[in-house]
Design a protein around this ligand. Structure first.
Ligand SMILES: [Zn+2]
Length: 297
């Protein structure tokens, strides 16, 4: 998880809420009386702009909202850090709207989180995972990670196979009420550590929560931050830490002061959203974790 600094709330969103204030208030009251669900309130904000716009009406939609959230997050998921865009992101309510419906449109409660694609694969004559991987033009190991439970030896042509990664982040969290760490917490990164584990010759980077921090422990469980895929992707990122350090040492002719200075600069570069054209590297906080560890030694 990376600390995310929220931008100012988009003006258009504020205006839309002002325009809809009466209706929204009615909805909040009805929700408090348990006449409607918070989901129903959320659906009041359209997914996208209508084709025909009427003059004098203020429009706002989820796509605009998502675009704004993605920009302030550098297009990475607020929890796991994978790359996201308007198509594969969901809007997450950090404080569950089911617990407090008045937080449904509170900009400071809203984040962009990743959304795993779940798609149905119609089986033809494939007899093995290798056959399916070939048809999907996917590496066999990746495919096996996606569908660990489907028994390929059984079944036949026409079977629908659901292909998806292990769910994580807000898809996994759903309506679970456990307290978790917020990406708005300036100290959030210090509440997690990363550890290399090896299983059957494959390296993974596991995330751990600080022992004394219950919310950090909860976050890993509730958001399922140790899925195989996430562990592999984090490890791939972490492998670059050494390469970066070697390069910096070379550039600095082994001068320790200069090496430290350049590593600090590199950390700033990874985290500078504007300089990176509002696109951070996937799992950039893993790189930063590795570099900061080097600085500690
Ligand atoms: Zn995520």
């Amino acid at each position: 998880m990376k600390y995310i600094e929220k931008n100012e709330e988009p003006k258009q969103f504020i205006l839309w809420k002002e325009q809809e204030a009466e209706t929204l208030e009615m909805k909040y009251v009805n929700c408090e009386k348990e006449k409607i669900s918070a989901e129903k309130i959320w659906s009041y904000l359209p997914s996208s702009a209508p084709k025909q716009l009427e003059e004098g009406i203020i429009y706002y939609d989820k796509e605009q909202l998502k675009t704004s959230l993605l920009k302030e997050q550098g297009k990475i998921c607020c929890y796991c850090g994978k790359k996201i865009n308007v198509e594969n992101a969901d809007i997450e309510h950090f404080e569950l709207k089911s617990l407090n419906s008045r937080k449904t449109f509170d900009y400071h409660n809203l984040w962009a989180s990743c959304k795993e694609p779940i798609y149905d694969y119609l089986r033809e004559n494939e007899k093995t995972w290798e056959d399916i991987a070939k048809r999907l033009k996917m590496e066999i190991e990746i495919l096996k990670n996606l569908n660990p439970t489907f028994n390929i030896e059984k079944g036949r042509r026409g079977d629908k196979i659901k292909i998806h990664n292990d769910l994580h982040c807000n898809q996994e969290r759903g309506d679970k009420k456990d307290k978790i760490i917020s990406p708005a917490d300036k100290e959030c990164e210090q509440k997690f550590s990363y550890h290399l584990v090896e299983e059957k010759g494959i390296n993974y980077l596991e995330i751990n929560g600080l022992a004394e921090c219950e919310e950090a422990q909860n976050s890993i469980k509730v958001l399922n931050l140790n899925t195989k895929w996430l562990k592999i992707e984090r490890q791939k990122t972490y492998e670059n830490v050494n390469k970066v350090i070697i390069e910096i040492r070379k550039q600095s002719n082994g001068n320790p002061m200069l090496i430290r200075e350049k590593i600090k600069q590199q950390i700033d570069i990874y985290y500078n959203i504007e300089q990176n054209d509002y696109q951070l590297r996937a799992f950039c906080f893993v790189m930063v974790y590795g570099l900061k560890n080097y600085l500690k030694n």
